[in-house]
Design a binder for this molecule. Sequence first.
Ligand SMILES: C[S@@+](CC[C@H](N)C(=O)[O-])C[C@H]1O[C@@H](n2cnc3c(N)ncnc32)[C@H](O)[C@@H]1O
Length: 268
Amino acid sequence: MPLPTAPLSKSVPPSSRAWLASHFRDPYVKARLSHPAQFRSRSAFKLIEMHEQYGSFLTRDVQTVVDLGAAPGGWSQVVAGKMGWTTEAEMESLAEDKTRDAYEMLYGTKNEQPQRGRGTIVAADLLHIPPIPGVRTLQIDFLSPEAGNLIRAMLMSPSNPEGKADLILSDMAANFTGNQARDTEASLDICLAVYQFVKTNLRTVQETGKKYSGTLLLKHFAHPLLTQFRKESLEPNFHYVIFCKPDASRKGSAEGYWLCKGWKGVQR
Ligand SMILES: C[S@@+](CC[C@H](N)C(=O)[O-])C[C@H]1O[C@@H](n2cnc3c(N)ncnc32)[C@H](O)[C@@H]1O
């Protein structure tokens, strides 16, 4: 897809012009538009980067994944690719791709291409998520009381009768208002709701026998109240929690992610 080079229309206000200009200069926007996997969002590169740099979590033993705040679907595309849920046409276009590094970053070596994916991926968002091979989508407000049970039901299978997940991803963010108190409260509400879901749905290390299984990747906005949540709820109950700020995350943004590995179940 060609990048816009013509001058922007005079009807576009100066503030939007500045944003659009910096948006199209952004290397991750350029990468998204030219990448053969045709990611739907620039966020896809954040997930790839965190997986690569902060400790692999999209590993072969991951069978069930929940992607919260998934629209338009970039993260789910990455997960589906990692779990082998990619159409043959996509495989062919990727196999012909000259940027082999990008290919390998997503799918491993070419000899490893499965024709059908493994496991279950459930993606949920307030917004509609256009279909992605191998991904079960749900349009719902995750903060609504029924969301947890619906997602669990979608994870259930004969081999997973309790609907447990090996990996829970949350890129959820409420609309930014610019009011710090309100934005902090919204981020905290989302983190607390995700944590409630983790308590009943993330597979524990006791269940798998693996010290670092049961992974949560959770977006949040920097604030002392969120730090307190990390200390009180995440740190005692996971083997480790690290802060991630991928390069693909805009520098001026207060967003960051916690990568939490080794869910022990609630210790306190
Ligand atoms: C940064 S976008 C996610 C981008 C996505 N990870 C991707 O790669 O395409 C944040 C998403 O969170 C969703 N969201 C915010 N609050 C939500 C809620 N209460 N329930 C469900 N989704 C929510 C928004 O609708 C938005 O699509």
